[in-house]
Each structure stands twice: as structure tokens, then as C-alpha cells.
Design a protein around this ligand. Sequence first.
Ligand SMILES: Cc1ncc(COP(=O)(O)O)c(C=O)c1O
Length: 510
Amino acid sequence: MSVIAEKEQQHIEEKEADKLQHLSPFNGTLPIKGYDRELLLSEMLEAKKQDSNWRDGKTWSLVYHKDEEHEAFIKKAYSNYFSENYLNPMAFSSLRRFEHEVVRMCVNLMQGDSKTVGTITSGGTESILLAIKTYRDRARAKHRFLNRPNMIVPETVHVAFDKAAHYFDVELIRAPLNKDKSVDLKAVKKLINRNTILLVGSAPNYPYGTIDDISALGKLAQKHRLPLHVDCCVGGFMLPFIKKLGHATPAFDFSVPGVTSISADIHKYGYAAKGASVILYKNMSYLKHQFVVCADWCGGVYASPTLLGTRPGGSIAAAWAAMNSIGHEGYLKLAEETMEITQALINGINAIEGLEVIGDPRMTIFAYISTDADLNVFAVADLMEKKGWHIDRQQKPNTLHAMVTINHKTHYKKYLEDLQEAVIIAKQQPDLAKQGNAAMYGMVAELPLRGLVKNNVLKMMETMYSGEANSFGKDIESIGDNKTLDIGLKLLDVFTKAKAKLNSILRFVK
Ligand SMILES: Cc1ncc(COP(=O)(O)O)c(C=O)c1O
């Protein structure tokens, strides 16, 4: 090919590439030529505008934001270790030091001693997964003929335990609750059998913010020679401080006889960057079952203390920086102010006719229910979302959830105002409960065919992750489509009528 022809060909190819890019910018096609960095950064800022506005306190979970100065500092700490990989502690001994120091600080917060040990993980779920793997392997080592191991957990326990049960083939047995939404100890006792390898309590649980009776669980665990894990993921950086402030706080840490491990998340109320939690054990006889060593791999001897292979250095460095910069006094002040905001919110919600906070929230998490048959909380949630709030809905019973952070300080009064208004509208327009997300969430929560609900959600996930999925997320705006809603509502109607008929027959028989 002549030089001119070659140039011509190159020109055609470049034009073709330009055309392609022009036709399909950012639609999942790797650009032939990389875009300009500034353009990409502005595209991201533009895309972000569709997200929930956590900076203005509109979200009630997901983001823990202290203030902009702290955020800038944590970002610096993170980016100092942006490239470092803690897969190999020999290569990055500074990260080894940070992990050790973070673990020791957490051990002290949880009233452990010099024998208490642990590792940093990527989050609460990883800490919990590791605890279950550890107890399963420990049980296997102790009882060679162990059948199918099981763990007894409160009904409110975080779903990370379901995930762990699923991944590690440990049966999850849920114990029912007392009126205050803490686990029923008598029920736990009855459920223990010879395949039980672990008891679990939450301090506090996610759905209602109630703390299980860890002392009583500890006694039970000791009596049956079982380990006890305390899920303190959300409470780890709040409970030790609210206790110091004098709030009534049931015992939850290693000072309780029988507690053998605790998970606590630094990326929640520790105000670190995302990707930081700790899993702590009473001593090395437990932690050793968490480790995995492959001595025969042709890639070399491989020793891994946690779940991940590559471990981002940034989140470990940022956790160390956050804890050391906030310090004891800082966390105490954060706890004090967040408790004040929470109390004001709880009082405000309880003062709204038709709403009531349920359970016995001891910290900065709570949920509220409708006490009025004509008021549907999911309709209230839809109305709140129209005002820009991101609302977490719960089921069994239907409630709305709040996880309060210091960032809500300047926004909680507006939340209460908007909530009061939403309640009035939801009462005036009962049909709102039969529309949109309210109808879908209501149907999903109440349909007795749980397998059907699960299958539908699985289908939704398949759609979301399919090759044809809409990359702008429009397909996941609602938890189901109109067809699903229609079928679900018809089924629910059939069940409700059948239940009413059965009840009237039973009354007649009586
Ligand atoms: C009580 C509790 N445990 C575990 C977790 C899981 O933590 P993560 O989302 O960091 O995996 C959460 C998350 O909110 C939680 O509230």
C-alpha cells in the first residue's frame, strides 16, 4: 500500500472510530480512543446528579459523613495508599503496622485484653462471613463427625448471616423475638441441638436498633460450651461512647463472659472511608481457623488471613487516620450530638398522630410503624421520596427505617416537617397505598407465597445484570413492573379472601 493510500486508510479508520464514539458515548462500548479526562470527570459529576442527595442529609443509611474537612483529610489518607496492595504485608510493612494499631484500638474499645486478636476486613459482611467460616472450621476440627452445623441467630440478625450460611453451608436457625424486638432467650435455648456450633446476638440489630441480651446469651453459650458472636458492626463506634455518656447501655463487649468474637465497622460510625471493619476474637485459638494457607501452589506458598486476595491499602490507611484524628473525645462528642438528634427525631415521630417508633432503640437506629389502619407507611415513604428523601422500607411489620448520623444535624427538622405533611396527605388520599411503590412494597411484604417473591426478585436481578440491561438504571427504579404488581395483587386478594373465609368458618365451629 502506498503512503498516501495508507494515510487515506488511517483517516477512514479514525473517522469510523469517531462516528462510533459519537453514536454510542458511554453505553458500555470501550472507546477506541480514550476520552479527555476533564470531559469524563464532568460526565461523572453530571451522572451523580441522579443519585440520592446524602450531602443534604436525604439518606438514612449508606453514607456516614462527618464534615467536609474530615472528608478531605480521609481522602488524602486514602490516596496516599491508593496503589498499595496489602495482599503482601512484607512488601507494605506500614500497612501491617496500621492494621495492628487499628485492631489494638478496637480491642480496647471492645474491652478485650492482650490475648484478644483480629484482622481488618473490607466491611461488616466480610467480618461476619469470616466469623462463620472460622466457627465452622473450628467445629469441624473439634468434632470429626459433625453432621450439618447450624447457628442460632435472632430473627433480626443482619442478612450477612444468611449470606454466610449460604456460602459456608451452615444452617441458619432464626429465633423469635420478645416484644421489645430483642431475641427470646427461652426460644434460643430450645433451638440448640448437637449440631449447633454458634450463638449470635446483635448490639444493636439493624431493623429496630434493639440490643439483644448479650449477658444472658453469654451464660447460655457457656452452659452449652458454645462460642458467641456479637454483631456490633453498627454499634462498634457508638455504644462504647454512649455508655460513657451515661445512656443506659446493656453489656455488649468482651467484658461479658462467653463472648468469643465481635464484628465492628470503622466505615460506619467510625467515619472512615468505605471498606473498613474489624473481626475480633477472644484469642488466637479462634482466629487461627480464619487463616487459609496453600503450601503447594506453583505460584508460591500463599497465606491469606481474610477473604480478599488484593487488599486495598487506601481503606486501611484511612481507617487508621480516621480513628487517630477523631480520637476518644471526638467520638464522644459525635455520639452525644447524634443521640440528641435521634431523641429529637423519635419524639417528633411519636408526636405525629398515626406513627410510632417500635422496639427499644438504644442507639441511633430506629424504625416506625403506622398505628392507624387508614395510614399506609409505604404511601408515606412514596410521598417523602417525592420531596427528595431516600427512605428505607422494612417488612414484618411494615415500617420505615432511620439510621441517624451527625450529618442529619441541620436536616432532621425538615424531615419531621415533611413527614408530618406526608402523613396528612396519605390519610387524605388512601388510594396512594394502591399505587406505585407503595402497592408493590405492600404486596411484596404481605404475599404469603415467599418463594414467588424470591423468584421475582431473582428475575429482577437477572434483568439488572443482563447484557441488555439499561445502563442508566431505569430498570431498577421500582422493585417490579406493572405485570408483576397485577399478578401479585390478584394473588394477595385471593389469599386475603380465603383467610377471611377460614376465619369465619373457625368462628362458626367455635
Ligand atoms: C448490624 C449490622 N451488621 C452487619 C452489617 C453489614 O455491614 P456492611 O454493609 O458493611 O457489609 C450492617 C450494615 O448495615 C449492620 O447494620
